[in-house]
Design a protein around this ligand. Structure first.
Ligand code: SF4
Ligand code: FES
Length: 249
């Protein structure tokens, strides 16, 4: 017989009239290799048909099942109950709009950020289908590939102290998104463009270096490397601007 697990789950239906936030308690017997996502499915099938939570891939790829599991933002489908104590508390990710129970709307935030940072290659080069693909050195291609592995789960924002108090903070996911284009030699945005976009308190200088994002990112993205790269680049641009100003006086 498996362990008796107790799930303490945050419940609140934001669309139901008069619903109040509460914690509901469910019991479940642990089975081998049980993960939190499967446990939630069993609870919904057997005990709470109206329980709301999100999933698509069940394989740590889509980023939909992010939630607070025993106080830590992470993916339900990648969390084995055997790694948790007998009592498991589940809350929705903070920072994002709550839809109901464990379901939050990360899509609107990620879309707004993509528009804000103009998340596409800016180039004046005309597309010519007859030419060969542009070559790129392996090291640069690998860095871009690493940044592209973000699954937009939102765990880094949920774990970030700055994001909880600065509503327009780009957070690790937003800065990682920008870093991907700063690194890309095909993007022709110049230093002035990058400086305006990132060197603010809602950009790289809003980060206070607690690095919870790096701790909780379920895809182990090299966030610290990306931040260090952007920070150095912005500081260098800032110093050269200062020098130019001083020389003009
Ligand atoms: Fe999730 Fe990591 Fe991307 Fe943040 S950087 S959204 S934690 S995959
Ligand atoms: Fe897709 Fe968990 S269901 S990441």
């Amino acid at each position: 017989m498996g362990r008796a697990l107790t799930f303490e789950i945050f419940r609140y239906n934001s669309t139901a009239e008069n619903d109040k936030p509460r914690i509901d308690i469910f019991q479940l017997e642990e089975t081998p290799r049980l993960n939190v996502f499967t446990a939630l499915n069993l609870i919904r099938e057997q005990q709470a048909p109206d329980l709301m939570f999100d999933f698509v891939c069940r394989a740590g790829i889509c980023g939909s099942c992010g939630m607070m599991i025993n106080g830590r933002p992470t993916l339900a489908c990648r969390t084995l109950t055997s790694d948790l104590p007998n009592t498991i508390t589940l809350y929705p990710l903070p920072f994002f709009k709550l839809l109901g129970d464990l379901s939050v709307d990360t899509g609107v935030w990620f879309r707004e950020v993509a528009e804000r940072v103009e998340s596409w290659i800016h180039t004046q080069t005309e597309f010519d289908p007859q030419t060969e693909e542009e070559r790129m050195d392996n090291a640069t291609a690998n860095k871009i590939y690493e940044a592209e592995r973000c699954i937009e789960c939102g765990c880094c924002l949920a774990g970030c102290a700055t994001a909880q108090v600065v509503p327009d903070f780009l957070g690790a996911a937003g800065l990682n998104r920008i870093g991907r284009f700063v690194i890309d030699p095909r993007d022709q945005r110049d230093e002035e463009d990058w400086f305006k976009l990132i060197s603010t308190d809602s950009g790289i200088f809003g980060c206070i270096g607690m690095m919870a994002c790096d701790d909780v990112c379920p895809k182990d993205l090299p966030l610290l490397e990306v931040f260090a790269y952007i920070r150095r680049k912005m500081a260098a641009i800032g110093f050269s601007k200062k020098k130019e100003k001083a020389a003009a006086v």
